[in-house]
Design a protein around this ligand. Structure first.
Ligand code: NAP
Ligand code: ZN
Ligand code: ZN
Length: 358
């Protein structure tokens, strides 16, 4: 087993703190990654605070936006060599045989076999999987992503979740030139959604509750910014959107957005709030045959496609790099929507804390 140091929550109310654990030995098809950076997703916070129906197993080591250098490889690994830059995102594995897995949609594994990178059953250790708030990880090469040296590793780390979670629905619903697209919420996911919708050629509108983010939204790719609390500003856009991507992390009124869709328009939800949204008014759906949909991260093939698209188009996240020790403060700021626009942990800070503690 490989000694690893992480930051873990030990209960829903305890701050994250130093935690020693072990990764499995590197198997024939495994890659050992020395984690350099890990982005901070709101899903990490939801999980650490047990906000999703009591499903969290403690201690919990979250983090699913990992980028680092390959430190060792198994003897059958062909995609990587030692020293390469590699990414590990939201999944470590899946059943690999069902129709969804064969279609490259492992996140929707038909038999519930998706092994998420934290809080999932870990067949190797018998416990649960541990994510990227840690010094090292071991992942099968089939679920390890290649990261172009053209991309800054810190700024590219959020692509592994915030990037693919927005890229996938925008591609699935064919967002592009000639369409009007809305992004709701300017946080980690929202700012990547803006960049992609803009790069795909759509007319892009950002909905925010934070008037102070308007100038940034324009810089990030919004053609128009709407303050969602301003009913008259919202009303100007009634019936005009082809597609809306809703990234909000808290419960809110969906009707305010559904009525902005055109006939046959779709609003896709990616935010997973602790408390349910009030049920939307069915009239808003049936009168214009509108759809309310959802989307979960993206498959490995599409994640690689997204990373390659970002390298080609020079797209990364706007980040604030923090030491591991500031994670609890970062969570408090995230809850106040005070993130510009993704926190990324510099894992050197954890490595030096571990050395001092040893
Ligand atoms: P984040 O950085 O905290 O951004 C969320 C944004 O939502 C905030 O910046 C804020 O934007 C807006 N917001 C927050 N509270 C609000 C409220 N009460 N009313 C209206 N707007 C509010 O979070 P994130 O990391 O982007 O994650 C967003 C959500 O997606 C989380 O629930 C997360 O768990 C989920 N998620 C889902 C997937 C998936 O596969 N479906 C993947 C990753 C994350 P403004 O300040 O602009 O209003
Ligand atoms: Zn995430
Ligand atoms: Zn499967």
């Amino acid at each position: 087993m490989i000694k690893t140091v992480g930051y873990a929550a030990t209960s829903a109310t305890s701050p994250l703190s130093l935690f020693n654990f072990e990764r499995r030995e590197v198997g024939p098809t495994d890659v050992l990654v020395d984690i350099l950076y890990c982005g901070v997703c709101h899903s990490d916070l939801h999980t650490n605070r047990n906000e999703w129906g009591g499903s969290t197993v403690y201690p919990a080591v979250t983090g699913h936006e990992m980028i680092g250098r390959v430190k060792a490889i198994g003897n059958q690994v062909t995609k990587f060599k030692v020293g390469d830059m590699a990414g590990v995102g939201c999944m470590y594995d899946s059943c690999r045989t069902c129709a969804s897995c064969r279609a490259g949609e492992e996140q929707y594994c038909d038999v519930g076999g998706t092994i998420f990178s934290y809080n999932s059953p870990d067949k190797h250790t018998g416990g649960v999987t541990y994510g990227g708030y840690s010094t090292l990880t071991v992942c099968d090469e089939a679920f390890t992503l290649k990261v172009s040296p053209k991309l800054d590793p810190a700024a590219a780390s959020p692509l592994l979740c915030a990037g693919i979670t927005t890229y996938s629905p925008l591609s699935h619903w064919g967002v592009g030139k000639g369409q009007k697209v809305g992004i709701v919420g300017l946080g980690g996911l929202g700012h990547m959604g803006l960049k992609f919708a803009h790069a795909f050629g759509a007319e892009t509108v950002l909905f925010t509750t934070s008037p102070g983010k308007a100038a940034d939204a324009k810089r990030l790719g919004a053609d128009t910014v709407v303050i969602s609390k301003d009913a008259s500003d919202m009303a100007k856009h009634t019936g005009s959107f082809d597609f809306i991507l809703n990234t909000v992390s808290a419960s809110h009124n969906l009707d305010a957005y559904l009525q902005l869709l055109k006939r046959d328009g779709t609003m896709c939800m990616v935010g997973v709030p602790e408390h349910p949204h009030p049920s939307p008014f069915v009239g808003n759906l049936i009168f214009r045959r509108r759809a309310l949909a959802g989307s979960l991260i993206g498959g490995i093939k599409e994640t690689q496609e997204m990373l390659d698209f970002c390298a080609e188009h020079n797209i990364v996240s706007d980040i604030e790099v923090i030491p591991m020790q500031d994670i609890n403060k970062a969570y408090e700021r995230m809850l106040k929507s005070d993130v510009k626009y993704r926190f990324v942990i510099d894992m050197a800070s954890l490595k030096s804390e571990a050395v001092k503690a040893a």
